[in-house]
Design a protein around this ligand. Structure first.
Ligand SMILES: Cc1cc2nc3c(=O)[nH]c(=O)nc-3n(C[C@H](O)[C@H](O)[C@H](O)COP(=O)(O)OP(=O)(O)OC[C@H]3O[C@@H](n4cnc5c(N)ncnc54)[C@H](O)[C@@H]3O)c2cc1C
Length: 482
């Protein structure tokens, strides 16, 4: 029997696993998909929010600020790209200025440091491409991060410290055991655990209902985005928000850690990650309010994520039933809050009787360090190629990602099994052509490394196959087709 079984390996499940795997526990993580971070965690604004937005006294407020501080440490130790750009919330009209002042007061109450209200002139000096504004709230501690690499690094660290990760393992039911604990029914058999942590994202209500009648209602809310080419990456230096409304934090324009520009999201009640012409048009119109000259012809990709909003208006961290803990309602700022949610959840588990004895420091995994070829100096690149020639073969030309980096990804504690899995780990396919050139090469390498037929390598989720069979070969001159 496991001490703890975590259902779901998005950033919240991964953070819980990372925290608990450092303790002397038998821990497993059950993930429905073929990879970690393949739900909302891979499709969001990628902001580590400063913490002025949630109403003081809420769990979101408390865990946002603490989570942002923990994320700073974790990203440093786990070598996850994070950049402290700061953020601005714009007040375009005089009637929006009180909004900005309210956010300032909330921020102070929540313990956010360094907040300042800037005049229109100060904003124009900082960000010349913005529309004229009356005022703006500057939050210097807001940061941008690579969200899926963050979750992946947390999950890898958990695995290295002894957590057992089972992919392709949807939990389909739960039943209390006599004497305490739970039996989880999964597509890969039964799993018994003393404690269960429900970190199933948008599906958390469904998982809750496996253990108890629902006491919160999920209202999935889609947000759509444009991702712009690096040529547009310098349009703004800060994360640019608009004044929040009941529809959310408004449409943002922000740099990404990869040097692109992200624009979005809108907010529409929908449980689908499909993009719509109407949604994207809304995003474009609202974004141009902030950046009138925004050039959306530089868009290289659209995507959408689904917020796990609930009727509670706060994170839903509660005991669904004895021994069955919900980490639900993880709407924004869930990415930021994740490590603080993990810490808080561990406290609840401890109060309920789980012993959290730390493992000796010398037995824990060493800090993660990734080789990013294009960030090395010329002499470092040459030395690396001399040691490992695979780093001399560039597979993704847009992003200068080498075969060496893809091979390294294949040898990580949680190797990829899909083309997009390689993209999330090594960055191949992230660039202007979005994998148009490198996907066949990546497929070939994956097939070789995993010892699997190319026909069995999906684009992303299970079943999203690229190759479906062999075509008949063209007949040789004078010969028969084979
Ligand atoms: C449009 C948008 C913008 C956002 N922007 C930000 C932002 O800038 N900053 C921020 O802090 N937050 C942001 N968020 C919120 C943030 O993305 C989420 O809070 C966070 O990703 C939630 O992580 P999670 O682990 O709870 O969910 P997910 O990442 O969805 O993970 C849940 C996992 O559970 C698995 N699962 C589901 N059911 C089962 C089952 N039965 N058995 C096994 N596994 C199961 C799923 O496959 C999935 O992998 C945004 C969200 C959206 C949608």
């Amino acid at each position: 029997m496991y001490d703890v079984a975590i259902i779901g390996c998005g950033v919240v499940g991964a953070a819980a696993a990372q925290y608990l795997a450092r303790r002397r526990l038998r821990l497993c993580v059950l993930e429905a998909e073929n990879d970690v971070a393949d739900g909302t965690t891979k499709a969001n604004s990628a902001i580590l929010h400063a913490g002025y937005d949630p109403a003081p006294g809420t769990l979101m407020a408390r865990l946002n600020v603490r989570g942002a501080a923990l994320a700073r440490e974790l990203c440093a130790v786990l070598d996850v790209p994070r950049k402290e750009t700061g953020s601005l919330v714009l007040a375009f009209a005089p009637e929006e200025v009180p909004h900005v002042e309210e956010l300032y007061r909330r921020g102070l109450a929540n313990g956010v440091e360094g907040l300042r209200i800037l005049s229109g002139e100060e904003v124009a000096a900082l960000e010349p491409n913005l529309a004229p504004v009356q005022a703006a709230l500057l939050a210097p501690s807001a940061a941008i991060v690579n969200p899926w690499e963050y979750a992946l690094a947390l999950a890898e660290n958990a695995v290295e410290n002894g957590a057992e990760l089972q992919l392709n393992c949807p939990v389909t039911g739960a039943q209390p055991l006599d004497g305490g604990g739970w039996r989880l029914h999964t597509a890969r058999g039964e799993v018994d655990a003393r404690f269960v942590v429900n970190a199933a994202g948008v599906a958390a209500q469904r998982v809750h209902e496996m253990a108890a009648p629902a006491n919160f209602r999920t209202v999935p809310c889609r947000g759509e985005y444009y991702l712009l080419d690096k040529s547009a990456g310098g349009t703004v230096q800060h994360v640019i928000f608009q004044c929040p409304s009941k529809e959310g934090k408004g449409v943002l324009v922000a740099p990404t850690v990869h040097g692109n520009l992200i624009v979005g999201p809108n907010a529409e009640d929908a449980d689908s990650t499909a993009n719509t012409a109407q949604g994207l048009a809304q995003v474009a119109e609202k974004a141009r309010r902030s950046v009138p000259g925004l050039d959306l012809s530089a868009s290289i990709r659209n995507f959408a994520g689904v917020r796990a909003n609930t009727d509670r208006g706060d994170f839903v961290i509660q005991w669904a039933a004895p021994g069955f803990l919900d980490l639900a309602g993880m709407q924004s700022p869930g990415l930021t809050a994740a490590p603080a949610v993990a810490e808080y959840a561990a406290g609840l588990l401890e109060e309920a009787g789980l012993v959290l004895a730390e493992k000796p420091a010398e037995t824990l995994a060493v800090p993660r360090k990734k080789i990013r070829f294009r960030e090395l100096s010329r002499s470092e690149q040459a030395a690396l190629i001399a040691r490992q020639p695979a780093y001399g073969r560039v597979i993704c030309r847009c992003e200068t990602i080498t075969e060496g980096e893809i091979l390294a990804a294949c040898r990580e504690p949680i190797p990829p099994c899909s083309i997009d899995g390689v993209k999330r780990r090594a960055g191949a396919g992230m660039g202007r052509c979005q994998g148009g050139f490198c996907s066949p090469r990546v497929l070939e390498i994956l097939s070789r490394e995993l010892g699997r037929s190319p026909l069995d390598i999906p684009q992303d989720k299970a079943g999203s196959f690229i190759l479906t069979g062999r075509t008949k070969q063209a007949p040789a001159k004078g010969g028969e087709a084979q």
